[in-house]
Design a protein around this ligand. Structure first.
Ligand code: ADP
Ligand code: SF4
Length: 677
């Protein structure tokens, strides 16, 4: 640690019940899309966080019994001895770096569907599942006793697997929180009615967990500081509940009721430390250590949280994904090296899709075991030169990694600024944090004597050849198409009246149409809704057309769809769902219903097409032709010019190409994780 660090309070050890955390950096439970399915991938990823300085590293939601099965999402499980061995891999790797390992014991109740286990789902009352046409089975006294036994047995297995902190988890709408809910819990027995009765199960589970494992493990409770909405548990009741349970657990992990709007909100909708005003009272009330989250990436904000007594531990999920070495960088005073989370929720989206965690900012996330990638270390490269053409996320990542590997790198960018699409997009409503993708990489590159940047340098094929670099990476990006080609129309929209047609690139370049403007979104992520907002804010009368049933439908996976749709309605944007643009001639716009084919006529002064992108691969093709001989050329194409996709794909492609350059050619084989029980 630098002797003069002002951040020393973040590195003070702290007792949590019978165990001591080495510092105040606490990776709270977060989903990974790995869970029970990818035990070695999971262990290596969690171990990397510990290596990077997180003092506590927790699992994701970890099922205590087959009646809580969240298939197809790969939740963690501690059902049996096999799970003990698998999770033991994680605790071993976490302990190897002096950190504590936490486990979030979980029962999903009515929330899950038990698609894999085919057991009845359990609930405080028989209620419909959120996703399947089934209802849960109302738990009777015998079921409640059984649940307590399952929880106790899971706690004992958790101790056996080496965990130091064991959670009781009565929040986020899962089974134990169903018992707290005034509207769901209609029971007349000792578990229903008064707040004390509705809290009974939580209290019993805390006590029984302590009796089972409290000699060696701390007992943590994850709880919503402002309840679960008035119909379930009001903010006042949550306050009373925390007061009543007060000193029972060893640690309070506090969250809030507004999961998508605050706790897990993307940076479009919430900024750093957004939970502070709602959670600040818990520490005073309980006298116990408190951890909470807030997408903390600024050391100053973290220090303020701890010094002002809001929390004892800086909780993080996303910031620890974007930068597993964040604590080490603060300890060593390397603040500019922090790879800040941009709040895009691509990490969350992939768990939601049942695939392993990945991150826009950290391309090594999830690849620690499979490809042996380390977020801070790359192998030294040969003494050779590389020309990278294009300084978008792919080119910047490649240039940075090549620079770290010791290559002599030249990065040529046609435009007047670095960043490519992230610079352009970061100027759109709500996307300012996208610029962190550029800023982190440019900051690193600027300190490398072996990487030269050339702005305003649009290179031709001859210029690339004349440069005579040992290797060339073409990272020239893509442009949005203006002819309507996309998912709906493989051959575009016929007879478009081009003078009134705009693309996202036009708008990002400052060409903003006025009057009645229709946005046709056949992309379904953030670009269509964000441009609709931009247009509305600049005074246009905006309609938004999508063939999906919701605005920005893919944002469902990032947890942003509801806020996206609501924000558009609030801005006065007229939304047409299950509809496509079928023609546009002379201000006459025809819309068609995707089900009936019925058409309706509208007037539009301009049409913005957010449909698909054309790869800018002309330079690459001019250099290598249409049938490049694999291995015969040292010219490769990376990022959107090869495959227009998410920013995360471009960063990953740049990283992979740069990390592997000069090594054994990739065989295409990927190590496959398997259950090792
Ligand atoms: P990616 O997401 O793949 O990184 P971007 O579209 O964000 O792609 O960035 C591509 C960058 O390449 C843009 O900044 C663009 O100005 C630049 N570029 C395109 N063609 C050339 C060229 N011939 N020479 C130099 N830079 C180029
Ligand atoms: Fe942050 Fe996006 Fe990475 Fe998730 S994917 S950790 S939100 S940068």
């Amino acid at each position: 640690m630098t002797p003069e660090t002002p951040f020393q309070p973040l590195f003070e050890p702290m007792q949590i019940g019978p165990v001591k955390a080495p510092n105040r950096f606490y990776q709270v439970p977060h989903c990974t899309g790995m869970g029970h399915a990818l035990p070695q991938t999971l262990a290596a990823m969690r171990g990397m966080k510990a290596q990077g300085g997180w003092g506590v590293v927790c699992t994701e939601y970890c099922s205590i019994h087959p009646s809580s099965d969240d298939h197809p999402h790969p939740f963690a499980s501690i059902w049996d001895e096999g799970d003990v061995r698998n999770l033991g891999l994680m605790t071993e790797q976490v302990h190897a770096h002096g950190a504590l390992a936490g486990i979030e014991l979980w029962h999903g109740g009515t929330f899950v569907s038990n698609l894999a286990s085919r057991q009845a789902t359990l609930g405080v009352r028989s209620m419909p599942s959120r996703t399947e046409p089934i209802q849960s089975q109302r738990m009777d006294m015998r079921d409640i006793r059984q649940l307590r036994q399952w929880h106790r047995a899971a706690a004992l297995r958790a101790r056996e697997a080496g965990f130091d902190i064991v959670y009781v988890y009565p929040t986020h709408g899962y089974l134990i929180s169903e018992f707290m809910s005034r509207s769901l819990n209609q029971r007349n027995d000792a578990y229903g009615g008064s707040l004390e009765n509705r809290l009974r199960l939580t209290r019993e589970l805390i006590q029984e967990t302590r009796e089972a494992v409290g000699d060696r493990c701390a007992v943590a409770v994850r709880f919503s500081a402002d309840g679960h909405g008035d119909e379930h548990l009001s903010a006042a009741e949550a306050h009373d509940a925390i007061g009543m349970l007060g000193a029972l657990p060893d640690l309070w992990d506090v969250v809030v009721s507004d999961y998508y709007g605050l706790e897990m909100a993307g940076s479009r909708f919430a900024k750093e430390a957004a939970l502070e005003s709602k959670v600040a009272y818990v520490r005073q009330l309980t006298g116990k250590p408190v951890v909470s989250v807030g997408r903390f990436t600024s050391p100053d904000t973290m220090l303020r949280q701890v010094k002002s007594g809001v929390v004892d531990f800086i909780g993080a999920a996303r910031p620890s994904i974007a930068d597993p070495f964040l604590p080490t960088k603060i300890r060593e005073g390397r603040y500019d090296d922090i790879r800040e989370c941009i709040g895009c929720n691509i990490c969350y989206a992939h768990n939601f899709r049942g695939s392993a965690l990945r991150c826009t900012q950290n391309p090594t996330m999830g690849e620690e075991w499979r490809q042996g990638w380390h977020p801070e270390r790359v192998p030294a490269g040969p003494n050779q030169s590389v020309l990278v053409v294009g300084a978008g996320p792919a080119g910047l990542e490649a240039a940075m990694v090549l620079g770290k590997r010791g290559f002599a790198v030249s990065l040529a960018e046609a435009g007047g600024e670095m960043g490519g699409r992230v610079s352009r997009e970061s100027r759109l409503p709500g996307l300012a944090e996208w610029a962190r993708v550029r800023d982190y990489r440019v900051g690193q590159i600027n300190r490398m004597a072996n990487v030269a940047l050339y702005l305003g340098s649009r290179l031709s094929a001859t210029e690339v050849q004349d440069f005579a670099a040992d290797h060339v990476f073409i990272a020239t990006g893509s442009r949005w198409r203006a002819d309507g080609t996309g998912r709906t129309y493989a051959a575009g929209i016929a007879n478009l009246e081009h003078a009134r047609v705009f693309t996202p690139d036009d708008l990002m370049e400052g060409k903003i149409p006025q009057g009645r403007v229709t946005v046709f979104d056949d992309d379904h992520y953030y670009m269509g809704p964000v441009l609709a907002l931009l247009l509305a804010r600049s005074g246009a009368q905006v309609s938004y057309v999508t063939c999906e049933g919701q605005a920005g439908a893919w944002s469902h996976y990032t947890g942003e769809q509801e806020a996206t749709h609501a924000g558009m309605l609030a801005a006065g944007i007229k939304i047409f769902v299950n509809t496509v643009v079928s023609s546009y001639v002379d201000r006459n716009l025809e819309l068609s219903c995707v089900f009936s084919g019925n058409t309706s006529a509208h007037q539009a002064d301009a049409l913005v097409l957010v449909t698909s992108r054309e790869p800018n691969d002309a330079l690459y093709r001019a250099l290598v032709g249409e049938d490049p001989d694999p291995g015969a050329t040292s010219i490769d194409m990376i990022g959107d010019c090869a495959q227009p996709a998410l920013i995360a794909h471009a960063v990953y492609a740049g990283h992979k190409a740069a990390r592997e350059l000069g090594g054994t050619p990739a065989s295409g084989h990927l190590a496959r994780d398997r259950l090792i029980v």
